[in-house]
Design a protein around this ligand. Structure first.
Ligand code: SAH
Length: 461
């Protein structure tokens, strides 16, 4: 069949892409990415961008709705790119994520079905899969009527669609956003305009310690100071329960990165605190901190269980962030070494160790793929257990080679991307390690992402 633009095709949706498009095939086997379709739908799709081997389409008509189709909680779910799976029932979302991991380990990892049937456990879900995020970042703009709005960019444009009540974030965010917008509107503080580079307010960042109730607000502005910032701070502290810390962050660059390098404390404390599993963590505006505290506690407990510590081990925690996993492990190990690339984050990690009275951890600023080989070359360093928790691009060859040479008896891999996880596990399985356990966690309900904790053990080859 010839494929041409504006053609209609009947498609049965069987999968979903990273950006939430339904994936299906036409009767002739041509692959289509279909906007606004979910797994199980049969739709009439209008082809908008045909390519040689696949094409993009949008749903013209739902011929047979999927039995797993649900009404999204957000009225703007289909325009907003923040999460992709709201129109799919939670149970089906979980199947989709489980399948994603299975397929990645099978196809990219090269693990046989028997191994996966033995090692891969069912995903651990959330009892309440909404309102779980402790961090919200809202871009600010101007609507057609000239009003200041916070919300999200409508696909491919610079128009901001107002939405102050994201269903994944805390309920209290709405009041904070409305207060700030109202203040700026009445004080004639304008929104930043990406096209002209003019205007003031760019983003509103809200972080909360769910366990402590503490709230941090950070305004990202196009300049050093904002007119009336001290008055706004006072108002927030008066009206928002738990308000702990108010920052102004400066970002004058034409960039998609939301926060600039410099943050200035206007009122309150430098950090907000949260607790996970009995440990206290101080969080500053730019530090990485897991966004879903309920699931994170389960992930860390699993990582600790897989580490199998008795109190005598030397452990390395690579990609350690603010030292969360390091502190969990330190209680049960002889010594923990954390490695993290961002200097400020390592400062937070050291402060967190002090805050919790943990003295058998040390932290090194640097790239895991450089710090570990250097430790190995120095001769004096060993590892009984190595934990890794890399960003989505995974560990990469140099880091994995050094890990295999250090020959710990167990490796615990915490991953937020099944494809790079599978690639890295394949390498380890060819370099002396056996896949023991794979435990997925739904840390990102309504979104396509999934977290996995894996145990590999040394076979002695
Ligand atoms: N384990 C932590 C952080 C995980 S996020 C937690 O659960 O909170 C991954 C971390 O790896 C980030 O803090 C990031 O700054 C860091 N990172 C990224 N590339 C790195 C590299 N090449 N070497 C070491 N750390 C790196």
């Amino acid at each position: 069949m010839d494929i041409y633009k504006n053609q209609l095709a009947q498609v049965h949706i069987t999968d979903m892409s990273e950006d939430g498009a339904g994936i299906g095939h036409t009767r002739d086997g041509y692959t289509l990415f279909v906007k606004d379709a979910v797994i199980g739908d049969v739709v009439n799709a209008r082809i908008v961008r045909p390519r040689k081997y696949y094409g993009f389409a949008r749903t013209e008509e739902i011929l047979l709705p999927s039995p797993d189709r649900v009404r999204p909680r957000c009225p703007v779910a289909s325009q907003c790119g923040g999460c992709q799976l709201q129109a799919l029932s939670y149970g089906r979302q979980l199947d989709f994520k489980q399948g994603k991991i299975y397929n990645a380990l099978l196809r990219i990892g090269g693990f046989p079905e028997e191994t996966l049937n033995r090692a891969l456990h069912p995903i651990i879900s959330m009892e309440r899969p909404y309102r779980y995020r402790n961090k919200a970042l809202y871009p600010v703009g101007t609507d057609r009527a000239g009003n200041l709005v916070a919300g999200f960019y409508a696909g491919r444009t610079h128009q901001i669609i107002s939405n102050t009540d994201c269903a994944l974030g805390a309920e209290g965010n709405r009041k904070i956003l409305e207060l700030i917008l109202h203040f700026c509107q009445t004080n004639r503080i304008s929104a930043y305009d990406e096209r002209t580079g003019r205007g003031t307010l760019r983003h509103i960042l809200i972080r909360q310690g769910f366990a402590t109730g503490q709230v941090m607000v950070c305004l990202v502005i196009n300049g050093e100071r904002m007119l009336g910032e001290a008055r706004l701070a006072k108002r927030l502290f008066m009206k928002i329960p738990g308000m702990t810390s108010f920052y102004i962050n400066t970002n004058t660059e034409a960039t998609n990165v939301a926060l600039g390098k410099n943050s200035r404390l206007v009122q309150g404390e430098e950090t907000i605190e949260d607790t996970i599993g009995g440990f206290r963590f101080g969080i500053s505006p730019r530090s990485f901190y897991q966004v879903n505290p309920v699931q994170t506690e389960r992930v860390y407990a699993q990582a600790l269980a897989y580490a199998g510590l008795t109190g005598r081990e030397t452990v390395w925690d690579l990609y350690c962030g603010i030292g969360t996993i390091s502190l969990f492990l330190a209680k049960h190990a002889r010594q923990v070494h954390g490695v993290e690339i961002v200097g400020e984050t390592v400062d937070d990690a050291r402060r967190n160790a002090l805050l919790n009275g943990v003295d058998n951890v040390s932290f090194t600023v640097g790239r895991a793929e450089e710090v570990l080989p250097a430790a190995l070359a120095s001769g004096g360093e060993k590892a009984d257990v190595i934990v890794v928790d890399p960003p989505r691009k995974g560990c990469g060859g140099d880091c994995l080679t050094a890990i295999a040479q250090m020959a710990p008896s167990r490796i615990v891999y915490v991953s937020c991307d099944p494809a790079t996880l599978a690639r890295d596990l394949n390498f380890l399985s060819q370099n002396g390690y056996r896949l023991e356990q794979v435990q997925p966690f739904d840390n990102f309900p309504q979104a396509v992402h999934v977290e996995t904790v894996v145990l590999m053990s040394r076979t002695g080859r």
